[in-house]
Design a protein around this ligand. Structure first.
Ligand code: AP5
Length: 215
């Protein structure tokens, strides 16, 4: 099964993709994670992306579509994938159709996480991750069981994303409203959009997604 998780910054795409990966063996393809890895490694893609990401603006379509195609080529045809943060523009939606059909694949569902945007700034500005294993946490919604110690790997190093400031989040929201939300009708016309309430607890949202996907 190949699906898209669609929703504004902080809607819970990464959180829910991680759960689907852990519980159902799907593979999360997050363009944000791939771009952050490229920035860290100082690759050509990373150099193109760094300033745009820090400003909360979108990276050029051909860059992200290129990395998605390359990553899909590493996976077997039976491996279900979750597109997290891609596509984000009409041009990327068109590219994804071409990328999938060239590999004999097609989209099964688009999960739209419906959220209250006012709550998202708090979600994003409170987010932090383990610097060693990448486990995600939140100042209010998900703290480590022992303060300052990662539940998963025991590390005491944590980090925050440079684009998780209130000002940058506002720009990211504008990008979502102006460029990403308008692609939903493409998938609505195909009858593959499943709306899920993203404002429940992480477990409730996970349950709703599983029900929508009949998992
Ligand atoms: P990207 O990394 O994709 O960021 P984003 O879309 O802004 O999404 P986030 O990662 O901020 O949020 P999320 O929905 O995954 O929420 P999460 O689960 O973490 O992109 C970053 C940048 O890269 C872009 O701005 C752009 O520059 C570039 N980029 C990436 N893809 C691109 C593309 N295709 N084209 C062009 N440019 C691209 O949750 C957030 C927090 O809330 C967490 O702390 C979590 O613990 C908490 N939380 C989650 N769910 C719940 C819940 N139900 N209740 C309470 N708390 C919750």
């Amino acid at each position: 099964m190949d699906i898209i998780l669609l929703g504004p910054p902080g809607a819970g795409k990464g959180t829910q993709a991680g759960r689907l990966e852990d519980e159902h063996g799907m593979i999360q393809l997050s363009t944000g994670d791939m771009l952050r890895a490229a920035v860290k490694a100082g690759t050509e893609v990373g150099l193109k992306a760094k300033a745009l990401m820090e400003a909360g603006e979108l990276v050029p379509d051909e860059v992200v579509s290129g990395i998605i195609g390359d990553r899909l080529d590493e996976l077997g045809p039976e491996q279900g994938v979750i597109f997290d943060g891609y596509p984000r523009t009409a041009a990327q939606a068109t590219a994804l159709d071409e990328i999938l059909s060239a590999r004999g694949r097609s989209l099964d569902h688009v999960i739209e996480l419906v959220v209250d945007e006012d709550a998202l700034v708090a979600r994003i500005t409170g987010r932090f991750t383990c610097g060693k294993c990448g486990e995600g946490y939140h100042d209010t919604f998900k703290q480590p069981a022992k303060e300052g110690i990662c539940d998963v790997c025991g590390s005491s190093e944590f980090k925050r994303r440079p684009d998780d400031t209130e000002e940058t989040v506002r720009t990211r929201m504008q990008e979502y409203r102006g460029k990403t939300a308008p692609i939903l009708p493409i998938y609505e016309t195909r009858g593959i959009v499943r709306k899920v309430d993203g404002m429940g607890s992480m477990a409730q949202v996970n349950d709703e997604i599983e029900a929508a996907l009949a998992l």
